[in-house]
Write a protein that binds this ligand. Structure first.
Ligand code: EUG
Length: 529
């Protein structure tokens, strides 16, 4: 196995930089052995030549070491790729955007829960704190608080928030509940945002905006610093909750589902959480293998889809949500939700208590949602990857208006292309307040080079086609960041020019995550890296 060095860096210069890193973090916290580096490669590679392992991994123990690492990178011209726990799966995992970058694994040693305030409901955490870690801590020390976690709880609270990930309780928009950052800037200075900039402030996690321009967003999906601390607001755990599943028979029901949903959601009641609309392929993938339904050539035929629905006792679309509160309020909200959706012909309504037979495979997702929607992290959804052999997925994640016709148009566009490329379209619409994240998971065999290339081609094509209809993505795989940024090009690319100006001003040597989100420093710009 050979190691890719950063662009323009010789073996000798690289070796000198590694020695300097080791002098700061300690020998054993610098990894450069190719076999070990391979664990930082994209677990779900797409295409060829992307998602390769970094040239080295450096794991600092504290903020001062991060500052020293960043300064060394500036001195030697070494591109760094900061990660928290590196679980950005479906978008590149722990792998750097720029081949040969040195991964700065901030989560390996900086993994302390610095403070949990039960009275005010917040936590201050380092990048290595996972959802499972914080959950366990809260259970023991602050049981009145409820976490908000993504589908898979193994990742970093900081990392997910910085990538603008989502969860499913009322606090599902993670960035919305972020309450202040500590960041090492590209030349090594450390800064705190919000009220954290006032020395000895006791409101850092209470008022995120502070005074003056609000820079926190610039450290999300970006390359302007290395975040070393972050505050996150936490809800009080409600007295009770009920999770419901509403099944809908037809693919075309999506239009009415979305139009029924919006007025119930936009005022945060009676639909209180971030609900999801999942298609039957995603729900079947969570509990079965594709070969059980179909093992011929081509896309899953209608007959196989029908069998999935009947054997799992699910619909083509399945709507999952949770209501919280004292039991009379739960009953009232459930009845409002039920009445509204049961207007749709063929719709069926269940709560998690209605379907608790362990033999009911189709209820597995309902119970997993109940856990997640109550802030209990889970890894059950990982089973989706076993739907196909050596399964991997890429996220194609356009934002949709909460408008039935629009959602249908997007879903039909994706489904047609996915069928053409013979990649299963496992869909979920994650519903915010006035938009939906339409997560299209394309499942493919990671050991099959053709499948890897087709999945990349399919996603790249959809980015273009979606943009032609006015749609953009909320997040994307490393291999497609330039493609997506190219679609955010209103007024001659004014947005990217703005990002590049800031990038060049703050990071003149271009050391932090070059190319992240399509933003390249001057040093590498236009080189087709
Ligand atoms: C999911 C996956 C995503 C994402 C949001 C949610 C959940 C899948 C791969 O990307 O951005 C079940």
């Amino acid at each position: 196995m050979s190691r890719t060095l950063p662009p323009d860096v010789s073996e000798q210069d690289f070796a000198r930089a590694l020695d300097a890193f080791a002098a700061v973090v300690g020998e054993k916290w610098v990894i450069s052995d190719p076999a070990e580096l391979a664990t930082y490669a994209d677990p779900y590679p797409v295409g060829e030549g992307f998602g390769q392992a970094p040239s080295a991994v450096v794991s600092p123990a504290d903020v001062e070491q991060v500052q020293a690492v960043v300064r060394i990178a500036n001195e030697h011209g070494i591109p760094l790729m900061p990660i928290s726990t590196g679980k950005n799966n479906g978008y590149g995992g722990a792998s750097p955007r720029l081949a040969g970058s040195v991964v700065v694994n901030t989560g390996a040693r900086m993994n302390r829960i610095l403070e949990v305030n039960e009275k005010y409901g917040y936590a201050l955490v380092e990048p290595g704190v996972t959802y499972f870690d914080l959950y366990e801590y809260l259970e023991e020390h602050a049981p009145s608080l409820m976490l908000d976690c993504p589908d898979l709880g193994w990742g970093s609270v900081v990392g997910n928030t910085l990538d603008r990930g989502v969860g499913y309780t009322p606090y599902g928009d993670h960035l919305m509940w972020q309450t202040g950052l500590e960041v090492v800037l590209p030349q090594g200075e450390v800064m705190r945002t919000g009220m954290g900039a006032v020395p000895d402030s006791n409101t850092w996690q209470l008022f995120p905006y502070g005074f003056g321009p609000f820079p926190d967003g610039l450290f999300t999906q970006s390359n302007l610093g290395v975040v070393t601390k972050m505050g996150i607001a936490l809800m009080q755990r409600p007295p009770a909750s009920a999770t419901y599943l509403i099944t809908f028979e037809n693919e075309s029901d999506l239009e009415q589902i979305v139009d029924t949903m919006l007025p119930l959601r936009i005022n945060m009641a009676p639909i209180q959480n971030v609900p999801v609309i999942r298609n039957i392929i995603l729900d079947a993938a969570a509990v079965s293998q594709r070969s059980e339904w179909y093992d011929g050539e081509g896309p899953l035929p209608a007959e196989a889809i029908e069998r999935m629905k009947s054997e799992l006792d699910l619909g083509y679309w399945n709507f999952y949500g949770t209501v919280y509160g004292p039991p009379p309020m739960i009953e009232m909200y459930l009845s409002m939700i039920k009445e509204a959706f049961l207007q749709i012909p063929g719709a069926r309504f269940f709560t998690h208590e209605d379907r608790n037979d362990p033999a009911d495979r189709g209820a597995h997702v309902l119970h997993d949602r109940h856990k997640i929607n109550n802030g209990r992290p889970s890894l059950d959804e990982l089973a989706v990857l076993d739907f196909v052999p050596h399964g991997g997925h890429i996220g194609f994640s356009p934002v949709s208006a909460p408008e039935g016709r629009d959602a249908m148009r997007q879903a039909a566009m994706v489904k047609a292309r996915a069928d053409e490329y013979v990649k299963d379209y496992a869909a979920q619409f994650i519903i915010g307040l006035r938009e939906m994240h339409h997560i299209c998971l394309f499942l493919y065999d990671t050991h099959d080079a053709d499948a890897r290339q087709e999945t990349l081609d399919l996603t790249r094509l959809l980015i273009k086609e979606a943009a032609a209809e006015g749609y953009g993505e909320y997040r994307t795989h490393n291999a497609l960041m330039d493609d997506v940024m190219a679609t955010f090009d209103w007024n001659d690319g004014a947005l990217l020019k703005f990002h590049e100006s800031i990038k060049d001003a703050l990071d003149p040597n271009g050391v932090i995550a070059p190319g992240k989100s399509g933003v390249w420093p001057a040093k590498y710009r236009g080189r087709g890296l």
